[in-house]
Design a binder for this molecule. Structure first.
Ligand SMILES: Cc1cc2nc3c(=O)[nH]c(=O)nc-3n(C[C@H](O)[C@H](O)[C@H](O)COP(=O)(O)OP(=O)(O)OC[C@H]3O[C@@H](n4cnc5c(N)ncnc54)[C@H](O)[C@@H]3O)c2cc1C
Length: 408
């Protein structure tokens, strides 16, 4: 692998996504390529943006130009799979859909719902640390991570954890790297616990007059039925609804669907099997990063989320094209707005102020480049930021990995 020697006056040539450019893209096809690049980058103080599917490359503080883009999609495929042990080890650049297809042959899966699984890589998923509505019962990828191989910002290659479900000694480095946004280390492979794939699934969607009533109905349903795997209240235009997902054996799914129908009333839609699966995939895709829309995620106490959702909803008035999704059990609300250049600024300000009043956190997950400055992308600076900075210095002493992307 050869790398160009760079000077700061070079014009960045390659556009990773609109507005983010790098001088050179290096594709890693073995972990050694990652170490080689990072050793070189650390000694020459050259910035590096590691990337997989580029689905979230513009989220957070935008790095407009870097020396290197490190393409990890060449590190792809299964390294070891033990269906009987419910564990798998994969290269970090493996797309989620490819991993699910391999597991599906053995009636197993990774129980997460991520947008655009054909592009999203497993390394990107671990690095961003986001989770969709299935987190309600299945947790996030953090709960499934049992080991990983990674290269630190100084080029040192290391391994942590292993292929057994119970790792009891040492630091929990794999979980530590979950949500680190590629600012501490580059993951080259990931070991995960897997779960049996549910035999079948079904979804009930019921209409409600407003978002608060829908969210409260969702709370009641989740509390009354452990078989509900995901539940969201959502607004699409002027329509408010609750969607409930049941997964498992046919009899249990039918029972949950029947009791949900009774609880949500007359105006009900039933989706079974693949239709149900497609409904949820389409729902999470609608709230993924999109250069034409603003997506704001708010995290609050679950008990506050219905009130917060109602206050946020009142900001939109008669505006067209608004979509919201509230996970009552998780206390998460995502808002997606069309992004014209005028008028949306005061709306974002109002939403951020409501979130702040409720002691909620928020992240500006998506916005066109011209509107990125509407709010600090990561919301309020978290407590412990000094500790985070010292961790960054430990893993990446030269500060070359995604510099400035997080608040460290
Ligand atoms: C608006 C929005 C909504 C989302 N909703 C959900 C959801 O409902 N459910 C869900 O599961 N996820 C959700 N996500 C996260 C989504 O799944 C991510 O887009 C995806 O995980 C990114 O994968 P990628 O391969 O495209 O990573 P990229 O976009 O290529 O990279 C994302 C970040 O991870 C870093 N990175 C990538 N690969 C590595 C690696 N191997 N080692 C170290 N760092 C790396 C990059 O430097 C970058 O900082 C959402 C994201 C956004 C922006």
């Amino acid at each position: 692998m050869t790398m160009t020697s760079l000077d700061a006056t070079n014009v960045p040539l390659h556009e990773l996504v609109p507005g983010i450019r790098v001088h050179e893209i290096v594709t890693a096809s073995i972990p050694g390529h990652v170490s080689e690049l990072l050793v070189h980058a650390a000694s020459s103080r050259s910035s590096v943006i590691p990337f997989g599917g580029k689905r979230s490359i513009a989220t957070g503080n935008r790095i407009e130009a870097a020396h290197y883009g490190l393409d990890l999609t060449g590190l792809r495929g299964v390294i070891a799979y033990e269906p009987a042990d419910l564990t798998i080890s994969v290269w970090a650049g493996t797309p989620l859909a490819e991993l699910q297809a391999v597991l599906g042959e053995h009636g197993q899966e990774i129980p997460i719902d991520a947008p655009h699984p054909d592009q999203t890589t497993i390394g990107g998923l671990v690095a961003t640390g986001f989770a969709g509505p299935r987190r309600l019962r299945s947790g996030s990828l953090r709960d499934l991570l049992i080991g990983c191989a990674y290269v630190r910002g100084d080029g040192l290659a290391a391994k942590a954890g292993g292929m057994v479900v119970k790792n009891v000694s040492g630091f929990e480095i794999p979980r530590f790297l979950h949500g680190s946004w590629g600012a501490l280390a580059v993951l080259t492979s990931v070991n995960l616990k897997v779960t049996p794939r549910p035999r079948t699934e079904g979804t009930v969607v019921g209409a409600f007059p407003d978002i608060a009533t829908a969210t409260n109905a969702g709370h009641a349903l989740i509390a009354s039925n452990q078989a509900i795997q995901a539940c969201v209240a959502f607004r699409r235009g002027r329509v408010f609804a609750v969607a409930v997902r049941a997964m498992g054996r046919a009899a249990a799914v039918n029972e949950t669907m029947t009791s949900t129908v009774t609880a949500v009333g007359d105006s009900v839609e039933h989706l079974e099997g693949n239709q149900s699966m497609e409904f949820w995939q389409e729902l999470v895709n609608r709230f993924a990063e999109n250069p034409d829309r603003i997506v704001l995620a708010i995290g609050a106490r679950p008990r506050d989320i219905a009130t917060l959702a109602a206050e946020v909803d009142s900001v939109f008035g008669e505006m067209d094209g608004v979509e919201t999704m509230v996970s009552p059990g998780l206390g998460v609300m995502r808002v997606s707005l069309p992004a014209p250049d005028d008028g949306v600024g005061p709306m974002i300000e109002a939403i951020v102020s409501i979130a702040t009043d409720h002691g909620a956190s928020w992240v500006l997950e998506s916005a066109p480049p011209s509107l990125r400055s509407l709010a600090p992308p990561w919301g309020p600076v978290p407590e412990g930021v000094d500790l985070m900075r010292s961790v960054k210095r430990e893993f990446d002493p030269a500060g070359i990995l995604n510099p400035g992307r997080l608040f460290v």
